[in-house]
Design a protein around this ligand. Structure first.
Ligand SMILES: Cc1cc2nc3c(=O)[nH]c(=O)nc-3n(C[C@H](O)[C@H](O)[C@H](O)COP(=O)(O)OP(=O)(O)OC[C@H]3O[C@@H](n4cnc5c(N)ncnc54)[C@H](O)[C@@H]3O)c2cc1C
Length: 290
């Protein structure tokens, strides 16, 4: 199908973009990589009268580390940048895991981290990763910027904390302490497919092998991206053992809420989630120890 006709704006500053969003209200949508929005427009699931393309706005495409130990990722950073960033690779090998599993190189050259999160789709892969890494999302509007913890960002089916007239401008990640590892994997029916289930894990181990911090996010097994909170609690304060890993996996498969579809039954998706939780805890632990 062909999208309904629309007006196209390409502002050169953030202030101009926010003014346009406020002027056109719910008739306007932000355009980043366009790899979720344009397909939805072609299917007429989205019919904006104005597209506000933010790609010309400077300062939204960098990845930098500040002196306080925070990584700042601009909203327009592409999947391919996440995959090849030396800075991210040093602290977060999980980005290599996840980007390689998203679509194909063409999509990864255009799709942005900001767009992936702002889309609010529990089937997208980055929400679970951001949950595991305990990210904060910076949202900018006419009154300035606010920081939203990732746990308060997704609150409904395709619904996020971004309000009308606002733009997601940055993602912040705390640099993890020594002894931390992270990993992501999803089961997909074929290369580039959305997840049957996906699991992101970040854990920190002290010198005696006790887990001091854990983050576990789940993809596409819940109406909104899910933090496996009971699984995290099952690990923290204990040495990693087959029993604690087994318990964390069982809690995740019990606490998610997948729906049956062409990718499998509810029972199958719960089972896959448990298997992936075990594997990703072990992989993250190996990276923490290496
Ligand atoms: C064939 C194909 C396969 C795919 N497979 C996967 C996959 O396996 N895993 C996966 O995670 N994704 C997948 N995607 C989606 C892809 O990663 C998208 O690029 C991503 O979901 C959206 O990013 P975008 O930059 O393209 O956003 P856009 O499509 O430009 O925007 C998406 C939505 O977010 C809003 N938005 C965008 N940026 C902002 C912002 N900065 N502030 C406020 N609102 C904003 C837009 O208005 C729109 O509603 C696939 C896409 C295609 C076409």
């Amino acid at each position: 199908m062909i999208a309904q006709s629309f007006n196209y704006e390409s502002p050169a500053t953030l202030a101009e973009a926010i003014a346009l969003l406020n002027e056109h209200g719910d008739e306007a949508k932000v355009l980043s990589g366009g790899h979720s929005l344009i397909p939805m427009m072609k299917l007429r699931f989205a019919t904006p009268s104005y597209l506000i393309d933010i790609n010309r706005i400077p300062g939204l495409s960098e990845i930098v580390e500040d002196v306080d130990g925070t990584i700042h990722i601009g909203a327009l950073v592409r999947e391919s940048q996440l995959e090849h960033s030396e800075l991210l690779g040093r602290h977060f090998p999980i980005f290599k895991d996840v980007t390689k599993l998203i679509a194909d190189p063409q999509v990864r050259n255009m799709g942005t981290l900001g767009g992936n999160l702002a889309h609010g789709d529990a089937a997208n892969d980055h929400p679970a990763v951001m949950i595991a890494l305990r990210a904060s999302v910076i949202i900018t509007g006419a009154d300035g910027e606010r920081s939203v913890p990732i746990d308060d960002f997704f609150y409904g089916f395709y619904m996020t904390a971004i309000q009308q007239g606002e733009i997601l401008t940055e993602i912040r990640l705390p640099v993890p302490p020594k002894g931390t590892g992270n990993a992501y994997h999803k089961l997909e029916r074929k290369v580039g497919d959305y997840a049957t289930s996906g699991v992101a894990v970040q854990i920190t181990l002290d010198e005696s092998g006790v887990v001091t911090a854990a983050g576990i996010g789940l993809t596409n097994v819940n109406p909104v991206p899910l933090r496996a909170a009971r699984s995290e609690e099952a690990l923290i304060g204990k040495p990693l053992s087959d029993e604690t890993i087994e318990l964390a996996a069982r809690f995740a498969s019990e606490d998610c809420s997948p729906s049956a579809d062409l990718r499998g039954s509810e029972e199958y998706k719960r089972h896959v989630t448990g298997v992936l939780v075990k594997r990703m805890i072990k992989k993250a632990a190996e990276r923490a120890q290496s």
